[in-house]
Design a protein around this ligand. Sequence first.
Ligand SMILES: C[S@@+](CC[C@H](N)C(=O)[O-])C[C@H]1O[C@@H](n2cnc3c(N)ncnc32)[C@H](O)[C@@H]1O
Length: 405
Amino acid sequence: MSLNTPNSVLKVEQIQGRGRAIIASQPLKAGQIILVDSPILLYPASPFSSPFCHHCFKSSSSLLSCPNCNYHRFCNSTCLSNALNSSHSNWICNALSQLQRNSLLLQQPLERQLQARFLVAAYNLAINTPSNFQILLSLQGSENNDDATIASAHFLHPLISSFFSHPHTELFTLQLTSSLLAKDKLNAFGLMHPFSENDELRSVRAYGIYPNASFFNHDCLPNACRFDYVDVNPNDDRAFGCNNTDIIIRMIHDVPQGREICLSYFPVNENYSSRQKRLLEDYGFTCNCDRCNVESNWSDNESVEENGEEDEQEVMVMDDEEEEEQCENMEPSETDNNDFPHAYFFLKYMCDRTNCWGTLAPLPPKGNAVSNVMECNVCGKLKSDDDDFNVDNDKGLEGEVPMED
Ligand SMILES: C[S@@+](CC[C@H](N)C(=O)[O-])C[C@H]1O[C@@H](n2cnc3c(N)ncnc32)[C@H](O)[C@@H]1O
């Protein structure tokens, strides 16, 4: 099976115990852009009152209001007119206007309000873009959900189905609502606010369903990572010619043909037990990647030095100079058989900026030459392989040529 993108260097294969997986169909280079994916559905992370454009999610000093509800706002007339034909159709405009006045819903936790917002966007897709709704239905996630998702479906379905009219009343069932919620939970990506060092956590501006990127499985030491540039204009070098709501997947290091390409579903600094808990509760699987296999043998009470970690709070960060010197001389192959094979990964590919926890990938190669400038996928910091050298981000990436897929 191939991805629904032209000239893809990737293919989709079924792997026992992992479902569909993305495989390199040719050798891939560090920094190479392997996928640019556009969302089939986006919804704001603050469900009913986002200060950003409700269509493209850019921040803007002046926003135009929807002429019907006078409530949802758009950054310019193009976004407004595109939205009126898609993400803010008459049906969704009416549904949102009623939902945001529903006191029962407004008393619910934020997570459930977001689920309501997602369902309205998903059912709007079914009504306005049935082919994209079929793509959403083909993604992982079924009606056999965890108890919390089933409870949400029971609460939200009657509310949202009151906006349907014939023939949708028969088609849009409780089971469908439940399976849509599962698909959102397993597949949604967050489009992030630009990083600020003062925020401990970089918050999400909007959630999106990206049909091709949804096939990437998780690995706690990923070989690719995703970038997004929500506030950057398409003609800015940093956006590599993409739309601002696209996500761009780039290789962290070289991989041979036939290797599975994986992302990490969350920052790589999380410790073993919190990763395992999150993957089981949120994604329904037990991770047995190389890193988890090594760390499963570490006792919680063992000292950090014994485990090869430097931080008692089990955060995978290395700032100890001696340890860094030791690791600097290691190649990945040398670390394969020791107790801390990921030391090299943390040193080379984890951002060292305070509170960032992002992953570094080289800028796209020029021809065959891998760039020695690494970009952080969270804070956007640029740093050279040899030494820290911070490029003035406002000036863009002069001379860097994006690779085609
Ligand atoms: C975003 S989807 C990835 C694509 C999915 N495999 C499919 O068939 O559509 C996330 C789901 O993939 C599976 N998955 C992802 N990473 C995995 C891993 N490392 N081991 C086993 N299953 C994994 C889990 O079922 C998870 O809920």
